[in-house]
Design a protein around this ligand. Structure first.
Ligand code: ACM
Length: 264
């Protein structure tokens, strides 16, 4: 399959204008089966007020950004995963939606909110769903979720071949830590990060696609709007042998840490 990442700079609080920016970049992804966009791709990140966050939110699958993604999915015969400032009732969530030509397939809501995000968003309440894609399992984490190795491990143990990671990264650490996750879990990881600045925050670009053998297949620039399309074979993630004699999961000494799953 072909996986595309669109790294770009959304316009804070301006979903319509942001669609005009991302549209030509998505057109460069013709031929991709899956397209991944960054966190909060419809609204930008660093809101000045709850009102600004509210005004640029939408109902998943129904708002203008979701409808735009559905049109692209139909035109380009692909599935799209995008960060979304999601409104449900009187609450906002930092969400990632999965959309194809029929509309909304599913969503994940960010579990670990970063810095000021709790002023705007509720913490995720949908657990860690896995989505079927052509017989393989795909998981989603959003940006600061990177900090918690348990999430990556849990999804890998549940059979995820690929973890998609829409992001608005600010700290320098994620790009250093993520290699440990694709190496130790023997899975594919794609991080779609954004570029640009919002007030005192600069986002770090350098979106990546990596494979279960521990190799980067691509890394984008720190500051340019860019698109990459990468051919990957998700079945490579089924091989958990790190040497001919060592299995990434079966070699774990669960007899020594049987309580790991229930540690607070
Ligand atoms: C982040 O979670 N957007 C840093």
């Amino acid at each position: 399959m072909k996986l595309a990442i669109v790294q770009f700079t959304p316009l804070l609080g301006l979903p319509e204008a942001t669609i005009e920016i991302v549209k030509p970049l998505m057109q460069k992804c013709h031929g991709a089966d899956l397209i991944l966009l960054p966190e909060l791709a419809n609204s930008g990140y660093h809101f000045e007020s709850k009102q600004q966050a509210w005004d640029s939110s939408e109902i998943a699958g129904e708002g203008i950004f979701s409808c735009f993604l559905k049109e692209v999915a139909e035109e380009q015969n692909c599935t799209i995963i995008s960060g979304l400032n999601e409104r449900e009732g009187d609450k906002l969530y930092n969400t990632a939606i999965m959309v194809d030509k029929n509309g909304l397939i599913g969503k994940y809501r960010k579990l670990h909110l970063f810095m000021n995000e709790p002023k705007f968003f509720e913490p995720g309440n949908l657990g860690l769903p896995l989505f079927d894609f052509r017989g393989e399992k795909i998981g989603i984490l959003i940006c600061f979720d990177w900090m918690f190795p348990e999430l990556w491990r849990t999804m890998a143990l549940r059979g995820a071949s690929l973890i998609l990671h829409p992001s608005n990264l600010v700290l320098p650490y994620a790009q250093q830590v993520i290699p440990s996750y694709f190496i130790t879990n023997r899975i594919f990881i794609a991080t779609a990060n954004r570029t640009g600045c919002e007030r005192d925050i600069t986002f770090s670009g350098r979106s990546i696609i990596s494979n279960p053998k521990g190799e980067y297949l691509c890394m984008l620039s720190p500051n340019a709007d860019e698109v990459v399309i990468q051919e990957i074979d998700l079945s490579e993630s089924h091989n958990k042998m790190i040497t001919p004699l060592n299995h990434a999961f079966e070699d774990r000494r669960l007899d020594v840490f049987p309580d790991l799953g229930v540690l607070k």
